[in-house]
Design a protein around this ligand. Structure first.
Ligand code: THU
Length: 135
């Protein structure tokens, strides 16, 4: 199991991997799964702006594509004055695999704000709705 300080350091290190020629707004993420595996991510922009992938989803998709579907916590690092909160799309993706996970947002001074995914995504959509017809 990684310590929170280790996860924070990994998320901050990923700021240097961010590909952000358009926004110049790097984001780094370090995702810890329930089994202890850790996956990192950064945002990856594109000249076709809408194809940009956020740091959180880079980490999430790396984890799931390697067989890790239960998320425990994620640290999100940015270089902004305020904490770097996940966008709406990333909240939904994280909720799919971590409905009880912790989300730790950092600001440029590496101060942290610790939140539960359900604070960030109240009334989140999940597969229980899709199963209604099968009951
Ligand atoms: N971004 C992330 O990577 N994660 C977030 O939670 C917020 C936004 C990225 C997308 C884009 O590359 C840049 O930040 C500015 O929106």
């Amino acid at each position: 199991m990684a310590t929170l300080e280790e996860l924070k350091a990994k998320a901050v290190a990923m700021l240097d991997m961010a590909y952000v020629p358009y926004s110049h707004f790097p984001v780094g993420a370090a995702l810890e799964c329930e089994d202890g595996a850790v996956f990192t991510g950064c945002n990856i922009e594109n000249s076709s702006y809408g194809l940009t992938n956020c740091a959180e989803r880079t980490a999430a998709f790396k984890a799931v594509s390697e067989g890790h579907r239960r998320f425990k916590r994620i640290v999100i690092a940015g270089r902004s004055d305020d904490y770097c909160y996940p966008c709406g799309a990333c909240r939904q993706v994280l909720y799919e695999f971590g409905p009880d996970m912790e989300v730790i947002c950092l600001n440029k001074d590496n101060e942290e704000k610790r939140l539960h995914i359900k604070e960030l995504l109240p009334y989140g959509f999940d597969q229980t709705w899709l199963a209604i017809d099968e009951k």
